[in-house]
Ligand binder design. Structure first.
Ligand code: FPP
Length: 249
């Protein structure tokens, strides 16, 4: 068995001058975590909030500027009403409880997705949290809520078509297109993390992850700790990013 590496040891191996600027995470495995413990699925989601705190704290500690978490997809509405209602309740609880912590660590909250289709009380809590953290200048924490990458692409095309109709002509290139995505003020992710061992993108940031490094761990999301995030960054820093070119040889 490999000896357990300490958090301090992992931290010491990270080159702070070459941090990923944006980490995006597909948080997966809450249900399996609960099932293995003979608990209801919602207990897995509740434990998942602990892991959210771990990931946020690790990024804030290191100075990673952007973290995006896939919290609720457009496909998640297919789940039973009871699970959806409990997820929304957990989200509201998180937003209310966490504002103090976010402000203490200078973290600014953001949201991407079709937010206008979320239940009204969730939208109201989101507005409060966004407004109360909007002056923070540290980590930008973005929650993907009622998010789907295909929906985002369609929304961008619709906005472009509207503009074209108004102006008669317009330039369409990668930069203009990116400016019409929900993530217009966030750089593309350098590192995409997925927990629970699944090898899928699940309709997450399809445009933005074109050149992201992907890191998959078997760890289920509720068991994810700062050590996992540090390990992901260490592995990321060993990769050679070539963006289709030939690299340094
Ligand atoms: C995937 O696990 C997880 C989700 C669909 C929801 C993620 C939500 C949280 C971590 C808690 C709330 C988040 C915030 C930001 C307050 P799954 O249910 O698909 O797991 P399974 O594949 O094992 O069933």
């Amino acid at each position: 068995m490999k000896p357990e590496v300490s958090e301090a040891n992992l931290l010491a191996r990270i080159d702070l001058d070459r941090l990923p600027q944006h980490i995006a995470v597909i948080m997966d495995g809450n249900g399996r975590w609960a099932r293995r413990r003979h608990l209801p699925r919602i207990a897995g989601h509740r434990a998942g909030i602990r892991a959210v705190r771990q990931a946020v704290e690790a990024c804030a500690r290191l100075g990673v500027p952007y973290l995006t978490l896939y919290a609720f997809s457009v496909e998640n509405w297919k789940r039973p009403h009871t699970e959806i209602n409990l997820l929304m309740a957990l989200l509201r609880e998180y937003l209310k409880k966490e504002i103090g912590e976010l402000n203490k660590h200078n973290i600014r909250l953001g949201v991407i997705g079709r937010v206008g289709e979320l239940p009204k009380p969730v939208q109201a809590d989101l507005q409060v949290a966004l407004q109360r953290t909007c002056r923070n200048t540290g980590l930008r924490l973005t929650l993907a809520l009622n998010y789907g990458a295909r929906a985002e692409l369609i929304d961008a095309v619709r906005a472009l078509a509207e503009q074209l109709k108004r102006n008669g002509s317009m330039r369409i290139d990668e930069a203009t297109f990116s400016q019409h995505l929900y993530t217009r003020d966030v750089p593309d992710p350098d590192l995409l993390i997925r927990t629970s061992g699944e090898l899928r993108l699940s309709n997450f940031l399809l445009w933005q992850v074109a050149y992201s490094e992907i890191w998959v761990t078997e760890t289920l999301w509720p068991d994810f700790t700062q050590k996992d995030l540090f390990q992901a960054i260490i592995d990321f820093q060993k990769r050679e990013r070539r963006y289709g070119g030939l690299g340094l040889g």
